[in-house]
Design a protein around this ligand. Structure first.
Ligand SMILES: *Cc1c(COP(=O)(O)O)cnc(C)c1O
Length: 244
């Protein structure tokens, strides 16, 4: 007798991953664009499930907790590109930045965080760290991110005062029950254009990171370049609201 299958096994992860990749490709193509990047959000999930997604070809992974990320990172292949997408306490910046294959910190939402990351990069002598500014586009108190009106200022701060950081885009969580024409995503797109203009960057040179399990196709239609999908790939989390 076979033991009953766990809720998420390697096969179901491969299937779910391929399904999401197919939808991303289809939606992007319908908009006449290259496929958006997929970040597999693996917070709270065990190493075996991440390894299964890696074996299926996935390379970009997202985590929300510094301790969890720096524990998982060294136990998995070193060509994984880690995205830190959670709230960051300044005193954890150095621990986070010490992870060699940390690819980007998507959740810079105040000058203090940028300063702490910059200091850590300089202290460790690592190459400039890619960052995104996280914007709270839904107005919900519970969500992190700077106010939309602060985006340009924070982007300027990263660009001008933080030599160790490289601004590559903007990130938002958005609003879960947003309409077919999502206001939150439109706000982020507007902020992106304002930042590109202010910093004298070419239009389209910065990335938009928006869209999660419930709304990634909508986000792509709204111009997202990178979607962060967790539960649709790895199954529901035991603590679904821990980070939202
Ligand atoms: C957890 C999380 C995700 C993934 O959420 P799902 O709904 O499981 O796809 C994406 N972005 C952030 C910032 C998260 O905290």
């Amino acid at each position: 007798m076979q033991p009953s299958a766990p809720i998420s096994n390697s096969n179901s992860i491969t299937d779910a991953l391929n399904n999401v990749l197919g939808r991303i490709a289809e939606t992007s193509a319908a908009c006449g664009r290259e496929p958006a990047q997929l970040v597999a959000v693996s917070k709270t999930k065990p190493l075996e499930l991440l390894q299964a997604a890696y074996d299926a070809g996935q390379r970009h992974f997202g985590e929300n907790y510094v301790q969890e990320l720096v524990s998982k990172g060294p136990q998995l292949p070193s060509d994984i590109k880690w995205h830190f997408i959670g709230a960051l306490q300044s005193n954890k910046a150095k621990t986070l930045v010490a992870l060699e294959n940390l690819h980007v910190v998507e959740s810079v939402d105040r000058e203090k965080t940028a300063t702490a990351l910059n200091k850590a990069v300089v202290a460790l002598g690592r190459e400039p760290l890619k960052v995104m500014v996280q914007v709270n586009t839904s107005g919900e108190e519970s969500k992190s991110g700077c106010e939309p009106g602060e985006t340009v200022h924070l982007a300027q701060y990263v660009e001008r005062k933080c030599d160790g950081l490289e601004l590559i885009g903007l990130m938002t969580i958005g609003a879960p029950d947003d309409a077919e024409e999502p206001v939150a995503f439109r706000v982020l797109k507007g902020e992106l254009e304002a930042v590109e203009k202010d910093l004298g960057r070419e239009r389209g040179s910065l990335m938009l990171s928006m869209g999660m399990s419930g709304d990634y196709e909508r986000a792509i239609r709204m111009g997202s370049d990178s979607v962060r999908v967790g539960s649709t790939i790895f199954g529901a989390r035991e603590y679904p609201n821990r980070s939202k």
